[in-house]
Design a protein around this ligand. Structure first.
Ligand SMILES: [Zn+2]
Length: 298
């Protein structure tokens, strides 16, 4: 091996070492900055929106940097027992690029398609954790009516790309204080009926029915799954209530029914029969119970 080759290899290996270490360091910094930014947001709704829009992006950067670190590290392999720059050098370089691509690609697939399920639980916890009235410190309660209704901001109705919003209305039952949170419906991912991932998002929305005075009444949301491309369309009633109207509204019942994902019910008869039922909402379960007659089922 001649002198200049030796010098080059020495430089090469030390740069690979520095590169690998600095990429790992950078990845850790990216992760910590993200976590710090999240922890600096106190408001649960703001935290929800920030995580919803940023977590996947930041985590991707973390894994891209880890991929780059791996590529540098691969080029350190076998540095003690070789002869100069040969074909193996090129092969190793090629393998290192493949390794980085693989890590980046697999991580972004996982983050795009699998991770939203995990994210969804995190986001739901932020959205439905009982709010605290800043004035009194007491817990507020989420109004549950009009769950199927969506809202349109006045300014939005004129826009071409119409996107409706969901209101979450929190009420302090003792003082009557109200906190209203607006969620952009099209930014929230739903579970796809076909593949089961939380990758179903609104693509576009259109007004399909109007009232006599021309104000919009029914809205059709077109969803598409980012993973399996399955589509679905759901119609919603457009609420005529503005955010302010909720301030005079009293909660209809106790509890926090919006938190419920599934209700399982076992009904045992005195003859030893048993029937199991599942419901997706408190309303459904209540309706079922009010009409329930065991004899008709057996
Ligand atoms: Zn799907």
């Amino acid at each position: 091996m001649n002198k200049s080759n030796e010098g080059f290899l020495e430089l090469w290996y030390s740069s690979m070492m520095i590169g690998s270490i600095s990429m790992v360091a950078l990845a850790i910094i990216v992760y910590l900055i993200y976590k710090m930014r999240v922890s600096m947001i106190n408001d649960l709704k703001e935290k929800h929106d920030f995580i919803n829009q940023n977590e996947v992006k930041w985590y991707k950067w973390f894994y891209y940097l880890i991929g780059a670190a791996a590529a540098f590290a691969v080029n350190l392999y076998g540095q003690d027992n070789n002869g100069g720059i040969g074909i193996w050098f090129i092969v190793r370089l090629f393998i290192s690029i493949c390794a980085a691509t693989l890590i980046g690609y697999v991580a972004s697939l996982v983050l795009e398609y699998y991770y939203p399920t995990v994210l969804n639980f995190k986001l739901r916890r932020l959205r439905y954790t009982p709010r605290v009235n800043p004035k009194t410190g007491s817990k507020m309660r989420l109004l549950s009516e009009d769950e199927e209704d969506v809202h349109l901001d006045e300014g939005m109705q004129a826009e071409e790309n119409l996107f409706s919003i969901d209101y979450d209305v929190w009420v302090d039952e003792k003082t009557g204080d109200v906190k209203i949170e607006k969620y952009q419906g099209h930014l929230l991912a739903l579970q796809c009926n076909n593949c089961g991932f939380y990758t179903m998002k609104v693509q576009r929305e259109e007004i399909v029915e109007r009232n006599e005075d021309g104000s919009p009444r029914e809205l059709l949301k077109h969803y598409q799954c980012a993973y399996c491309k399955n589509v679905r369309a759901t119609q919603f009633t457009i609420s005529r209530k503005e955010a302010e109207d909720y301030k005079n509204q009293k909660p209809k019942r106790k509890g926090n029914p919006k938190n419920v994902e599934l209700i399982k019910m076992d009904v045992h008869s005195n003859l030893g029969h048993k029937k199991s039922f599942e419901f997706s909402s408190v309303e459904e379960a209540q309706k079922f119970l009010s009409e329930f007659d065991f004899d008709k089922l057996v």
